[in-house]
Design a protein around this ligand. Structure first.
Ligand SMILES: CC(C)(COP(=O)(O)OP(=O)(O)OC[C@H]1O[C@@H](n2cnc3c(N)ncnc32)[C@H](O)[C@@H]1OP(=O)(O)O)[C@@H](O)C(=O)NCCC(=O)NCCS
Length: 256
């Protein structure tokens, strides 16, 4: 009997080792203070003058460590960061009007992060220009969403820009941001950034004037919302884990 138990334990150990080897890849990590300088490099490459500062990134990680995720690969035996997503916990803000600076405490989230908030607000999303259009942005959002599922969050809010609006308005001077937000081309959102969030399942709630200084968007933002379909689901932790594995496999595929 004792021998059989030992054999069973040894078999379980071998299965565990094989599983670990099979999934010996990871691309998404919670950002730590040691990653700040490299995140800043990504931010500069993506946002230029509007890049998050070292102080803002440090503060976000301090305030809400689980809300800062990086997408990274091993490059010359070092961690190369390709993407960065940052979020805070918040109450239901769907009825409010605000700018990005107001809702994120100027990007520091010190005064705005509410540890017991039932919702998430997206503070930042960046993918290096050299690695775009491989679905990494979409997968990074999905990965962050699995955290929301695991932590039983009701839903995710974020403010999108509308970077093709200025060009559109030049051709259609009487059009409003509200009309533009509803505009479709071949069944999908006309604006590329809205299309990106639409692809991830976000719905568009309303226009936010003077949301973020972005001339191509004429400074407009759009409040987007993604409901967590697994809210209060008794097996949400298992669902989150399975989703995570699927996303990591998709990232592996996307990176070739
Ligand atoms: C938005 C962003 C994270 C998407 O990353 P990604 O890895 O390229 O995302 P995906 O491959 O999943 O999706 C690509 C699609 O995003 C869309 N997109 C999103 N934002 C866009 C923008 N500002 N301009 C043009 N296209 C944009 C395009 O439609 C693109 O579709 P295509 O590949 O057919 O051209 C990346 O473009 C980025 O970092 N942009 C600058 C920062 C930013 O706008 N962040 C979001 C602010 S709210």
């Amino acid at each position: 009997m004792k021998r059989q138990i030992l054999q069973a334990l040894s078999l379980l150990g071998r299965i565990a080792k094989a599983t670990k080897r099979a999934f010996a890849f990871n691309y998404c990590f919670w950002a730590t203070q040691e990653d700040v300088a490299k995140i800043r490099e990504v931010e500069e490459a993506v946002w230029g003058d509007n890049a998050a500062s070292i102080g803002q990134i440090q503060s976000r990680i301090t305030m809400h460590p689980q809300g800062n995720i990086i997408l990274a690969v091993n490059h010359k035996q070092q961690r190369k960061i390709i993407g960065y997503v940052s979020a805070q916990r918040i109450h239901d803000i769907s009825g409010e009007r605000f700018s990005w600076a107001e809702i994120t405490d100027n990007g520091f989230i010190k005064k705005t992060h509410q540890p017991n908030g039932s919702f998430i607000y997206g503070v930042n999303l960046s993918v290096l220009p050299t690695d775009r259009s491989a679905h990494l942005g979409e997968l990074l959002i999905s990965f962050a969403f699995t955290e929301a599922v695991k932590r039983n969050i009701k839903g995710v809010f974020l403010g999108a820009r509308i970077p093709a609006f200025k060009r559109y308005k030049k051709k259609h001077p009487s059009s409003t941001a509200r009309e533009y937000l509803l505009l479709k081309h071949r069944g999908v959102a006309y604006d590329p950034e809205l299309r990106f969030y639409e692809k991830s399942g976000f719905q568009f709630l309303k226009v936010l004037p003077e949301y973020f200084p972005d001339p191509p968007s004429l400074n407009y933002g759009v409040l987007c919302y993604l409901k967590n379909p697994f809210f209060n689901n008794p097996i949400r932790k298992i669902i989150a884990w399975l989703l995570k594995i699927k996303i990591l496999l998709d990232i592996k595929k996307a990176l070739g």
